[in-house]
Ligand binder design. Structure first.
Ligand code: HEC
Ligand code: HEC
Length: 307
């Protein structure tokens, strides 16, 4: 074969390979689009709801208390008009304007958004931490809704969530998942009986968002067994002033204490501390037990086993 013919063939094959690669990429993008669209467009069964907001000043004040300690204001803004949330890098998202949402939706719609992570048209929510509010008591959700309804209603068109390629790829890779189905299979903090119910409840609606559904830690937030290293006085200091055991400012907890936890009543801090101390005395799960549990819940291990 002459040099000229060889070059001709080489160029031809390189061309064919390039076209094939481009086609494969297009096919892959098409797959990503369809697979993510199936998740995004999926509709869920809306559970019925029996909660009813009240106008009682005590209920409204209690609702504001729950919203403070469970972080609603942090994400929805002090005036509840909503703001940009970037906690999931794959999906920057606008948290809803709760006053506008309440103006056009029923108490049941609010309850389903808060506890089930479902929109009124049965779509899943993506960032709203409904999984940690799934066990919020009826009366407490009612108080929360009562507080939202006590504010002047607003008119604002609902924002449409934009799923770009980054978000769609994250969905297909399993790094971004709707919150709603999770609400049915969430982990809950270890049950230590009625004596510790109050503290367990407060920890689930207030600490689990970061420390994990079963409080065994997730991301940067440690297993809450760490609380056992704190004396009661130090624990109060952490939640009320944001000072760690060593008397230091710590990046996440300190600002949270100022914005949220200093509004806990003394008896609530005591209850959380009592619960966390009791929890520490439980025998720790082995890796095998956790793997078995996760398998039965039909999902991969998310939280590391307790130390
Ligand atoms: C980590 C941030 C975060 C926290 C904490 C949070 N939310 Fe949300 N919430 C969101 C985001 C983001 C959305 C938008 C829907 C989505 O995630 O797909 C949302 C949506 C909602 C909606 C539906 C509004 C709409 O316009 O669609 C309601 C109602 C709501 N949240 C109530 C609450 C209440 C009540 C609390 C506290 C008990 C709370 N949220 C705590 C981030 C948060
Ligand atoms: C928004 C996320 C978030 C929430 C909500 C949260 N934590 Fe934390 N927590 C963290 C992170 C992250 C750390 C690691 C230290 C830091 O960055 O402040 C931490 C550390 C701690 C520590 C160890 C501090 C040390 O000595 O190193 C304790 C104890 C603690 N949290 C208790 C709680 C309790 C109790 C609650 C609920 C009342 C709670 N946290 C709610 C994120 C959170």
């Amino acid at each position: 074969m002459s040099a000229g013919r060889f070059t001709f063939f080489a160029i031809r094959w390189i061309g064919i390979a390039a076209v094939l690669a481009a086609a494969a990429r297009l096919l892959w993008l098409f797959y990503v689009y369809l697979a993510s669209e199936a998740v995004i467009e999926r509709r869920y069964t809306l559970p019925s709801s029996l909660v009813h907001a009240s106008k009682d000043a005590g209920d409204v004040a209690q609702g504001k208390h729950w919203m403070t300690v469970s972080g609603c204001f942090g994400c929805h803004g002090d005036d509840l008009k909503g703001r940009m949330i970037r906690s999931n890098s794959a999906l920057p998202i606008w948290s809803g304007d709760l006053r506008a949402f309440a103006a056009v939706n029923t108490d049941g719609d609010l309850e389903r958004a808060i506890r089930h992570g479902l929109t009124p048209d049965a779509r899943p929510m993506w960032v709203m931490p409904s999984d940690t509010f799934a066990y919020m008591r009826d009366k407490d959700v009612e108080d929360v809704i009562s507080y939202i309804r006590s504010l002047p209603p607003r008119a604002a068109p609902p924002r449409v969530i934009r799923f770009d390629w980054t978000a769609r790829k994250a969905i297909v890779a399993g790094r971004l998942a709707p919150k709603s189905p999770k609400a049915d299979e969430i982990l809950s903090p270890a049950d230590l009986g009625p004596r510790f119910d109050g503290g367990r409840y407060l920890a689930s609606i207030s600490c689990a968002q970061c420390h994990g559904g079963d409080l065994t830690g997730s991301g940067y937030a440690p297993d809450l067994n760490v609380a056992a290293k704190y004396t009661r006085t130090q624990f109060f200091q952490l939640l009320y002033d944001g000072r760690s055991r060593a008397g230091k400012w710590i990046p996440t907890m300190s600002p949270l204490a100022r914005a949220r936890f200093r509004y806990f009543h003394d008896y609530e801090v005591n209850a959380i501390y009592d619960y966390l101390l009791a929890r520490k005395t439980l025998p720790a799960w082995t890796k095998e037990q956790r793997a078995e549990f996760n398998e039965s819940a039909g999902k991969k291990p998310t939280a590391p086993p307790p130390k």
